[in-house]
Design a protein around this ligand. Structure first.
Ligand SMILES: Nc1ccn([C@@H]2O[C@H](COP(=O)(O)OP(=O)(O)OP(=O)(O)O)[C@@H](O)[C@H]2O)c(=O)n1
Ligand SMILES: C[C@](O)(CO)[C@H](O)COP(=O)(O)O
Length: 234
């Protein structure tokens, strides 16, 4: 008898948020009165498809205990020097908890606009694709190559997509891909590690509300999306 697939969330939240230039890591900044990371965790807690959520923080993180709920979320204090290492360390800790065929949805703490509907869309859209899948958005602007501050050419945008998260893979595949990855500067998301194995993850169209909060002005955009009721936005 085949077992029903199990889906787990893994949230890397060990970054310092240097580009945000705030006094605390950006995942703890408040959006609409609630820490960004709590919005992110709540999206997974509100999805009936997710069996459990794990969050990876730095070993000396002083904020997480006040933010993570006691039920449905497990805190892993094993963050590394890059996003890639934080995800890899989190997967290693889960070796005795997850099985090889379990699916892991890796999602940035810094994308608080995720919804249960987008999680379901990703899981349905990826299906049983052997290389997994990710949310992403087709590029809508004209793309320029910049050399010394000048437009040195226009890159055809046809076929270009911007990667979002979650990105979902079978546990065994993601561990193998990240074990083989060496350069955090080129492996900026989980899909790129899988692509480096010669595989092609499925692209599932995401939504602008699932933006990554990176620069100071992004907080206001996230606030706007999180103030709007969710169902009509997916
Ligand atoms: N060593 C790291 C670096 C990043 N992340 C996480 O990866 C996600 C995406 O990274 P990014 O937006 O680049 O976050 P920061 O690294 O915190 O930001 P910056 O690059 O501006 O410092 C975030 O949820 C961040 O907390 C992580 O878990 N461990
Ligand atoms: C994983 C990611 O969110 C995909 O867009 C993104 O690459 C992470 O942010 P970073 O600035 O590249 O670390």
């Amino acid at each position: 008898m085949t077992q029903a697939p199990r889906y787990f969330a893994l949230i890397p939240a060990a970054g310092v948020g240097a580009r945000m230039e705030a006094t605390s890591p950006k995942q703890y900044l408040k959006i609409g009165g609630k820490p960004m990371l709590r919005h992110t965790l709540d999206a997974f807690l509100s999805s009936e498809l997710i069996a459990h959520t794990f969050v990876v923080v730095s070993p000396d993180d002083p904020y997480i205990d006040a933010v993570a709920p006691h039920h449905g979320v497990t805190v892993l204090r094993c963050g590394g020097a890059s996003r890639m290492e934080s995800v890899r360390n989190g997967l290693a800790v889960l070796a005795s908890t997850l099985s090889r065929a379990d699916w892991v949805l890796v999602h940035d703490a810094a994308r608080p606009g995720l919804t249960a509907e987008l999680i379901e869309k990703l899981i349905t859209g990826t299906g049983d694709h052997p290389a997994g899948g990710l949310l992403a958005l087709p590029v809508v602007d004209t793309v320029k190559r910049c050399i010394d501050g000048e437009a040195a050419g226009t890159v055809p945008r046809n076929g270009l997509w911007l990667a979002q998260t979650p990105q979902m893979f079978r546990y065994e595949l993601l561990r193998e891909a990240l074990a083989a990855a060496t350069d955090p500067d080129s492996i900026t998301d989980d899909a790129s590690a899988v692509e480096a194995l010669g595989l092609s993850p499925k692209l599932v169209e995401g939504h602008p509300r699932n933006l990554k909060v990176t620069l100071p002005d992004d907080i206001r955009i996230a606030e706007m999306y999180l103030a709007v009721s969710q169902p009509e936005l997916v």
